[in-house]
Every structure is written in C-alpha cells, then in structure tokens.
Design a binder for this molecule. Structure first.
Ligand code: ATP
Ligand code: MG
Length: 429
C-alpha cells in the first residue's frame, strides 16, 4: 500500500480562504510601504551558507541550529535556505552597486526557513515582510521606522501591541559590558543551562536572549548594557525617543532586549502582543551599521525590521478581522457544444469589461450547474443553452435578489446590463 505524502513538518499549505486573507494583508502592506517611499526588491531564497554565518553570527540560535544548509551535489557549493532577509538584501545592495547610490529604502515579502520546534506562531517555513533603509545614520530614520509600525497597526485595526526599545551601543561599549556580564554569569555558573555555558565566553550577550524560564530572574538582574553607553550612543538613543514622544507613541525601555542576530548596534526594538501566547513578537528590528562593510561593501549605516506574517495574520483574526468575500460577479452556466463555445466568448468579453467571471467547467445538468452558481456567491448567473446559442443570446439571472425576472439579452448587451445592476446594488447598500 502506498503511503500518503504530507507537507514537511512545520511548513504549511495556505489554502484559498486563508490565501485570500493574505493577499488583502499584502495589499495593505504594499500601500503602507509606498506611503513611506519604500521600493520592492526580490532576492533568491537560497544563498551561499557563508553569507549567513558572517552576517548573523556563528554563535547564534539561527546559525548554530536552525539553518537548512546543504551541499549542492551538482557542483559542491555550500547553500542555505534563507533564515532571514537582511543578509541577502545587503548582499544584493553591494553586488549591484546600490550602496553607491544610497540612501535607499527597500522592502521584500517572502518565505524564510528555520529548523525550530514547530508550535503556534513558530514554523519551519514562515513569511516575513522585511524593511531596510540603507545609508541613513539616524536616529531620525530609526524613529521613522518605528512610527511606521504604529501606523500599520492602526491601518490593520490592531491595538495593544507594546513597543519595547533598547540601545546596544557600539562594539567598544559592548566589549566593556561583556566583561562585566561574563563575571556576573560566572558567579551564577551553577544555574546556567547547556546553551548558556557554551556561550559564556563566545557570546554572553546572547544568554540574555534565553527563553529558559529558569534563567529569567538571573538575567533580569544582570549588568545592563545601557549603563556602559557613552555620550554619542546615549544621544542617539535619546534622539529616537524624542521623536516617539513627539508623535505620542508610547514605548518601554527593555534593557534585556538584545535580538537574536549579531549584526545589530545602537537602536533595537520589538513590537510585542500578549494575545498570541509565548510567540508574542510580531515585528522586530534595529540598526546594523557594520553589516555592509562586514559583507564586503563600503562602510554604510543602515537600519531595518522584519514582521512575522503568520503572527500578524493570527493577531488580525484574533481581533475579529474578516477576510473579504471572494465571490465573483458572474457565474456562466452552459450546456451543449455551441453553448460552450459561446460561453467562452461571453466570459472573456465580460472580463474585458472588468467583470469577475467564473465559467462553469466540467459539464453536468443545468440544475447541478445552477447549484454551483448559487454556491459560488456570484451576483448573477448567465445561462446559455442551445436556443440561446442559436440566436447569440443569453439569460441573465439575478442570484441574490428574489422575484427579479430572468432576462434574455443579446450577448453583446450583457456587460452593460450587469455593470448597470452592479452599480445600482452598490448604491442601495
Ligand atoms: P523569536 O524571539 O520569536 O524566536 P527572532 O528574534 O528569532 O524571534 P527575528 O529573526 O527577529 O525573530 O524575526 C522577526 C520576526 O519574524 C519575529 O518577530 C517573528 O514575528 C517572526 N518569526 C521569527 N521566527 C519565526 C518562526 N519560526 N515562525 C514564524 N514567525 C517567525
Ligand atoms: Mg528565533
């Protein structure tokens, strides 16, 4: 007996009801991004493995245990399914010389891959909207990127998403803090878990990002990076906060917010909801001034953020958001060879006029076709039988209004009649 094949664990099919919801979401996203001057960029889903190791950092959850990496057996290249978009975006900016034309505001929407334990809000294939601004030193752009989030939540009808911000300062400041942090963790060596022990000397800041409940209190009392920031870093952080205060966007400073990727400096932020259980971060980002140079480009400041599409869609649903009705305007019912040929002509002709048409395919009795027409939610049925085919006519039947007579019309007059009635019924609503 052959076994039924299933999708890969943690990688979901998005079925039509759901996919329509996603398209609406993406429409909102695109017009929101346009209103801030962002332009699309599309990168490959597969990149050379060293790109992610260099950009994200060797001692991070993503690079240590979450990447889908493989050797292309045809030529021996080491490749990885992208776990995030910033690395590839910066690679593309450098490769195509866009870094010479900075500043740039760029965005992308697409699949990311991480081998994590699948659970609500955490999948192995998921989607991000990534937003990157290259060539701006901030803090104005950092603040604008945060304000963008606030506007999007309003556009999507979402409330109660808390903004957390922090500053990671510059590498010299992090180095001083790091020494204090190692000393502190050494004092608490007996409670450190495996991950924490392994990272104690390679990347102690990462320990603060732990999800282990047993370490939370100890991490909360650890030396705070913000206490090691110099004047310039503090001024940058203050600059971001000033814009937020002026715009009336509330925030909390979370000194433990360090992000899971190594390329960040200065401003980092997360938007967090308590309505999705443990996976509450719907949007996260920050400044990454060192990354362009680190990937071989000329030193260029930059800042960006990524939103988890699955989590945002779950939140929209949680808040009572409804997908729009996907119903077509017209369902074309037909029987007989001549009728079928005319039906195709009619359907294409109506589409030429901007009408959404479902053409019945697969035959069947008039009765069963009419059932399908009803079930489709269409406003009208156009019915073509042998008689109509012989005279170049069709029956136009309203599927939503009771007691409206079915009318026989010349096929060339259908579009006008349909558009007229669609407009009438719009006005009545
Ligand atoms: P988390 O702390 O939840 O693991 P992260 O710090 O790994 O998140 P980022 O790499 O900053 O996340 O990704 C930005 C956003 O992408 C997250 O805030 C989240 O909304 C979404 N995201 C990250 N990983 C996943 C996943 N495995 N499944 C679904 N969404 C995800
Ligand atoms: Mg993660």
């Amino acid at each position: 007996m052959s076994q039924t094949l299933q999708s890969v664990r943690g990688m979901n099919d998005i079925l039509p009801d759901e996919a329509e919801f996603w398209e609406l979401f993406e429409d909102t996203i695109r017009s929101w991004l346009k209103s801030y001057g962002y332009r699309p960029i599309r990168m490959p889903i597969v990149e050379p493995t060293p790109l992610f190791k260099r950009a994200i950092g060797e001692v991070t959850d993503i690079v240590e245990k979450e990447m889908y990496s493989f050797e292309d057996s045809l030529n021996g290249e080491q490749l990885t399914l992208r776990p995030e978009g910033t690395a590839g975006c910066v690679r593309a900016v450098i490769q195509h010389g866009l870094a010479n034309q900075v500043p740039r505001r760029l965005y992308y929407i697409g699949q990311m891959f991480r081998h994590e334990r699948p659970q609500k809000g955490r999948y192995r294939q998921f989607h991000q909207v990534g937003v990157e601004s290259i060539g701006f030193a901030g803090p104005d752009i950092d603040a604008e990127m945060i304000l963008m989030g606030a506007r999007l939540w309003a556009d999507l009808g979402l409330d109660g998403i808390e903004l957390q911000i922090n500053s990671l300062g510059q590498s010299e400041e992090r180095a001083q803090h790091r020494a204090a942090l190692i000393a502190y963790f050494e004092e608490h060596a007996e409670i450190l878990d495996e991950d924490a022990k392994r990272r104690l000397y390679t990347n102690p800041l990462r320990i603060l990002d732990t999800k282990n409940p047993a370490l939370q209190d100890m991490c909360a009392a650890a030396p705070k990076l913000i206490d090691y920031l110099g004047e310039a870093s503090l001024a940058h952080f203050e600059g971001v906060q000033r814009v937020l205060r002026d715009a009336g966007v509330p925030f909390v400073i979370n000194p433990r917010l360090v992000r899971g990727l190594d390329y960040y400096n200065l401003t980092v932020f997360e938007w967090v909801t308590d309505k999705l259980g443990a996976q509450g971060t719907v949007c996260a980002g920050g400044r990454y001034d060192g990354l362009v140079e680190q990937l071989g480009g000329k030193s260029t400041p930059a800042c960006g953020f990524a939103m988890g599409v699955e989590r945002l869609i779950a939140l929209i649903k949680e808040s009572g958001g409804e997908p729009a009705s996907p119903a077509p305007d017209v369902y074309v019912v037909h029987q007989g060879d001549d009728a079928a040929r005319l039906a195709f002509r009619v359907a294409e002709g109506l589409r030429d006029q901007g009408i959404n048409v479902l053409l019945h395919c697969g035959g069947g009795s008039f009765k069963s076709q009419m059932k399908k027409a009803d079930g489709s939610g269409a406003t009208f049925a156009v019915v073509i039988g042998d008689d109509e085919a012989a005279t170049g006519e069709a029956q136009l039947k309203s599927l939503r209004e009771e007691g409206v007579e079915q009318r026989k019309l010349k096929v060339d007059d259908l579009a006008e009649a349909i558009i007229g009635q669609l407009i009438d019924s719009d006005e009545e609503e």
